[in-house]
Design a protein around this ligand. Structure first.
Ligand SMILES: [Zn+2]
Length: 91
């Protein structure tokens, strides 16, 4: 898991983690999944309010896409599954 360096809101911690990967050039789908599993930032939530599902999408410059989804709670405890998504415009 990544270490969150901020002590502020969940949103600002998320931005910090994204910036960290963006600066180092390591932001890919696996890094995004790690961010969604992060507890120090509060992004992966357990308790009264819980993460119920999450999704990572890779939008490539050539127009192709990859999507990973998890339709269960707690991304820290489950695996993402790659999904085929067909947008209505593509049908
Ligand atoms: Zn968790």
């Amino acid at each position: 898991m990544e270490e969150c360096e901020c002590t502020n809101s969940r949103q600002s911690c998320g931005r910090s983690l994204l910036r960290k990967h963006g600066t180092s050039g390591t932001l890919d789908h696996q890094a995004m999944m790690d961010i969604l599993r992060d507890h120090d930032s509060g992004i992966c939530m357990h308790g009264g309010f819980e993460t119920t599902a999450s999704m990572v999408s890779e939008l490539k410059r050539d127009g192709s896409t990859n999507h990973w989804m998890m339709d269960t709670a707690h991304p820290c405890q489950n695996k993402y599954a790659i999904q085929d998504i067909v947008l209505e415009e593509d049908i």
